[in-house]
Design a protein around this ligand. Structure first.
Ligand code: ADP
Length: 480
């Protein structure tokens, strides 16, 4: 005995053993129980009569052999079994036995509850999977069925437009077409989402022109970008191979979703797309995309909600901008299917920057066209980054960037007023007010009054105030 260590007395051991949750049994080499702790006495139902009972009566299934002798080696090897009570009922246990001949020890714990819980969990999991399966099938069927009438409406509108309609009717039919397109987009999103959830989504592996893909995604959004007076910059790493193998449609969908969100949530400034090649080995490449904007931004708390299905950061934003909140959830899953990750950097009011990576294969025997970038309208055309480097200056009244943006928005505003596009005019007049935040009081007041008249859709008044503001701006910063 080392100094300082106390010997555990037999009484101490029994005392400790009585507080244990396990059943503890000591037995001799014939299997006769010498001692059982409190738990053993209670659980097995023998009470004080436990000492003297043979262990083979406690484990009849495992230990009662015809010869009547128990095998200590058998006891030592038992890890689980059924323990029988005095009254003939039983319960499952996990156990450990220490066997050394004369005095042997067995520790066992009743696992009936745990096994029951595990069974329940398995049952719940199966039920949940079944529910999800039924739900996904339902969603798939309903969305499929919805497509037909939407396409029907679209087709009839096209027929009517072709048959010739008045300008007023055309406006209404154009609205119907847009509604149908929105509805189709929502239906497609729901369909994609349910397929992704069910794990039934497979990516195509086909050769495509990567530059063309990026160009198409920009083209799809260009009308909205120019209508809002935004700038777009697309910069692509020259070392990215022209032809790649992957799912072009889904890659476009990812880029398009981020790009259309950037357009939706930005009213002044620019949208920037950067694509770089981060890794290339053998025939595999990893591409890194950044889609950034100078829009309304997303706060930290809001960030946590993104990428989850049906989540929009703010219900009031939903009403203003529309959408189902499925876009980013789908985007994230698609990126992950392409062995990539997606990340967001943003600050409320200061724009957002979504970055993601994807892995693709290089098409082997395709001849590269060195001038490929020149063929595509939006790629590396706006190379003069110097113009945009100072974009942060856009809100500082009197800077070149600010004057340029003001000129741009004033031009757009008057056009919208002339054609009676009051919704858009309101956005532009609001932007103008934001751009003159640091201007002298009289300029600020003029911008404020202009916004009020535009909001009330008072054409004459608005034009008068427009001219007033224009003169003031000309005096103050020139060249309006
Ligand atoms: P939806 O399909 O409704 O647009 P998304 O999943 O694409 O849904 O986006 C969810 C929400 O994330 C949007 O409603 C918006 O609040 C926020 N969000 C997404 N992109 C941007 C962005 N570029 N700038 C600011 N907010 C954004």
């Amino acid at each position: 005995m080392e100094q300082g260590q106390e010997a555990i007395q037999v009484e101490d051991f029994y005392h400790l053993a009585d507080t244990a949750l396990e059943i503890i049994i000591r037995f001799d080499k014939e299997g006769n129980i010498l001692y059982g702790n409190q738990q053993a006495k209670t659980e097995l139902g023998y009470g004080e009569e436990l000492a003297g009972v043979n262990i083979s009566s406690v484990f009849p299934a495992e230990l009662q052999s015809e010869g009547g002798e128990i095998s200590l080696d058998k006891v030592a090897s038992m890890k689980e079994g059924m323990m029988y009570r005095k009254n003939g009922t039983c319960f499952p246990v996990r156990m450990t036995a220490f066997v050394d001949g004369a005095k042997n020890l067995l520790f066992a714990i009743n696992v009936a509850k745990r096994i029951e819980t595990e069974r329940k969990l398995v049952r719940m999991k199966e039920e949940m999977e079944e529910t999800i399966k039924v739900r996904n099938e339902f969603v798939a069927n309903v969305t499929h069925e919805l497509r037909t009438p939407v396409n029907g409406v679209k087709g009839h509108v096209t027929n009517m437009l072709e048959a010739g309609v008045t300008a007023e009717q055309k406006r209404t039919l154009d609205i119907i077409t847009r509604c149908c397109e929105n509805m189709s987009a929502i239906i497609n999103n729901i369909l994609d989402f349910s397929k992704l959830e069910a794990g039934k989504f497979t990516l195509e592996q086909k050769e495509f022109n990567f530059y063309q893909m990026v160009n198409h995604a920009v083209e799809t959004n260009i009308t909205a970008i120019t209508a809002k007076g935004l700038h777009i910059i697309v910069n692509m790493d020259k070392t990215i191979p022209e032809y790649l193998i992957g799912d072009e449609l889904r890659l476009t969908q990812i880029l398009n979703n981020l790009l259309s969100n950037a357009v939706k949530f930005t009213s002044i400034g620019y949208i920037n797309i950067e694509v770089t090649k981060t890794v290339q080995f053998d025939d595999e490449v990893e591409l890194f995309f950044v889609v950034s904007d100078t829009g309304i931004g997303i706060s930290q708390e809001e960030k946590d909600k993104l990428f989850k299905s049906f989540s929009q950061v703010d219900a009031s934003i939903t009403r203003k901008y529309g959408g189902t909140g499925l876009g980013l959830a789908i985007t994230k899953q698609l990126v992950e299917l392409m062995d990539g990750t997606i990340h967001l950097d943003s600050e409320k009011g200061k724009g957002s920057s979504f970055s993601y990576s994807v892995r693709l294969h290089v098409a082997q025997d395709k001849k590269e066209d060195v001038n490929v970038r020149g063929q595509f309208e939006f790629i590396n055309q706006n190379q003069d980054m110097a113009n945009f480097e100072n974009m942060g200056e856009i809100f500082h009244y009197g800077t070149v960037e600010n004057a340029e943006e003001l000129r741009n928005k004033m031009e757009k505003l008057i056009i919208c007023m002339e054609v009676g596009a009051w919704d858009k005019a309101e956005t532009f007049s609001h932007n103008i007010k934001a751009l003159v935040e640091e201007a002298p009081q009289e300029v600020k007041k003029a911008a404020f009054r202009l916004e009020m008249s535009v909001r009330k859709e008072k054409y004459d008044k608005a034009v008068e105030q427009y001219n007033g503001l224009k003169n003031l701006l000309e005096e103050s910063i020139g060249g309006m």
